[in-house]
Design a protein around this ligand. Structure first.
Ligand SMILES: Nc1ncnc2c1ncn2[C@@H]1O[C@H](COP(=O)(O)OP(=O)(O)O)[C@@H](O)[C@H]1O
Ligand SMILES: N[C@@H](CCOP(=O)(O)O)C(=O)O
Length: 320
C-alpha cells in the first residue's frame, strides 16, 4: 500500500454522549467543529500548530492525540510512518463533555485513511473500532464519525453503531462552564454495580428516548431521566448538577453532556424562547458559562484530499 495524497483537510464535529439514560451508548453530533490540515513531509519530524481550544495546552509533538491516532492507524494498515506537519483549528472545548478527545482520535484515524492510496481498506466500522480502542467507549466516536444521533454497542467483534432519526424540531443548547473535568475522573466516581431497579429504569428511558428524539419531542423530559451516572457524578460537578436540577424543575430536558461538566438541554423548537427566559433569569448562576446553540451535525467526520501524492512517495511510503 502507498500513500495516495500528501495533504488532507479533516473536519470532525463535537458530540454529546449519554443524552441522559444512554450511558456509553447514545450520542448526538453537534455542528461545532475541529478542523485540521495534515501534510506528509520529507523528514521524520512532527510539527503541530494548534489554534483555538487547546492552544498552548496540548502537546505539539508525537504525544499529540491526533498524531497518536494517525500513527496507530498507519500501523494498523501496515503503512510505514512518515514525517507530519499539522495545523489544528479547534472549536471543541476540552475536558467539558463535548467529545473533544473522541474528535481528535477520529480526526487522526480519518486523516490517515484519506492519505492512503486506497482509503477503502478502512471502512467506518474499522474507524469506529480504532477510535473506541483509544476512547474506551464508543458513544462519542460513533456520532463523530456518522453525524446525527447514534446508538453504539460493543460485542465480541468490536464496537458497532447505527444512526437514529432526530426530529428537525429538536434544538440542542449546550451550557459550557469554564471549569474542566477529565472524563477519566468522572468515570472513576461511578460504582461497580447499580441496583437492578435503576438499570430497569434506565433501559425504559433510553428506549423511550429513541422515540422522543425521532417523533415525540414532547416526551424528551421523561425520556432523558437517568439513574446510572449523573447522580454519582454530582459531587465532582456541583455547579452543573445544580443547574441541571433547576432546569429540569422548570420542565426542560437537561442532562449532563457526556461525562460533564457541560449541561445539554434538548427542547422542541417551540420551547426555545421559554428556555432563553429561564437562562436569562439565571444570569448570576451562569456567570462564566458559555451558552451555545450549535445545531445538530448530520454529516459526521469529513476528510478531503487537497493534493495527491505528487511529492514522490516511494513504495515504502517514505516521502522523498
Ligand atoms: N483537539 C485535540 N488535540 C489534542 N488533544 C486533545 C484534543 N482534544 C482533546 N484532547 C485531549 O483530550 C483531553 C480531554 O479529553 P476528555 O477528558 O476525554 O474530555 P472531553 O470530554 O473533552 O473529550 C484534553 O485535555 C487533551 O489532552
Ligand atoms: N459515556 C461517556 C461519555 C464521555 O464523554 P466526554 O465527552 O465527556 O468524553 C461517559 O459518560 O463517561
Amino acid at each position: 500500500m502507498q500513500f495516495g495524497a500528501d495533504h488532507v483537510v479533516v473536519r470532525v464535529p463535537a458530540t454529546s454522549a449519554n443524552l441522559g439514560p444512554g450511558f456509553d451508548a447514545l450520542g448526538l453530533a453537534l455542528a461545532l467543529y475541529d478542523e485540521l490540515e495534515v501534510r506528509i513531509v520529507a523528514s521524520d519530524d512532527v510539527v503541530v500548530e494548534v489554534y483555538g481550544e487547546g492552544a498552548g495546552q496540548v502537546p505539539t509533538d508525537e504525544e499529540h492525540l491526533v498524531v497518536r491516532a494517525l500513527r496507530h492507524t498507519l500501523d494498523a494498515v501496515g503503512m510505514p510512518q512518515t514525517g507530519l506537519r499539522m495545523r489544528c483549528s479547534n472549536l471543541i472545548p476540552h475536558g467539558r463533555g463535548l467529545g473533544s478527545s473522541a474528535a481528535a482520535v477520529v480526526a487522526g484515524v480519518i486523516a490517515a485513511r484519506a492519505l492512503l492510496a486506497d482509503p477503502r481498506v478502512l471502512d467506518s466500522r474499522a474507524v469506529l473500532g480504532i477510535a473506541t480502542q483509544f476512547e474506551g467507549h464508543p458513544d462519542n466516536a460513533a456520532p463523530a464519525i456518522m453525524g446525527g444521533a447514534t446508538v453504539a454497542w460493543q460485542d465480541a467483534d468490536g464496537p458497532r453503531a447505527v444512526g437514529l432519526d432526530v426530529d428537525p424540531s429538536v434544538v440542542a443548547t449546550v451550557l459550557v462552564p469554564d471549569a474542566r473535568l477529565a472524563t477519566s475522573r468522572a468515570r472513576a466516581v461511578l460504582p461497580e454495580a447499580v441496583p437492578h431497579a435503576d438499570a430497569a429504569f434506565n433501559a425504559g428511558r433510553a428506549a423511550l428516548l429513541v422515540e422522543a428524539l425521532a417523533r415525540r419531542p414532547e416526551l424528551l423530559w421523561e425520556a432523558t431521566e437517568d439513574r446510572l451516572h449523573q447522580q454519582y457524578r454530582a459531587g465532582v460537578m456541583a455547579a452543573s448538577s445544580e443547574l441541571l436540577r433547576a432546569l429540569r424543575a422548570e420542565g426542560f430536558a437537561a442532562t449532563v453532556s457526556g461525562a460533564g461538566p457541560t449541561v445539554l438541554v434538548l427542547t422542541p423548537k417551540d420551547d426555545v424562547r421559554a428556555l432563553d427566559q429561564v437562562l436569562a433569569g439565571l444570569v448570576d448562576g451562569l456567570a462564566g458559562w458559555r451558552v451555545l446553540r450549535p445545531g445538530v451535525d448530520t454529516q459526521g467526520a469529513r476528510a478531503r484530499r487537497v493534493a495527491s501524492a505528487s511529492s514522490g512517495v516511494t513504495p515504502s511510503g517514505r516521502v522523498q
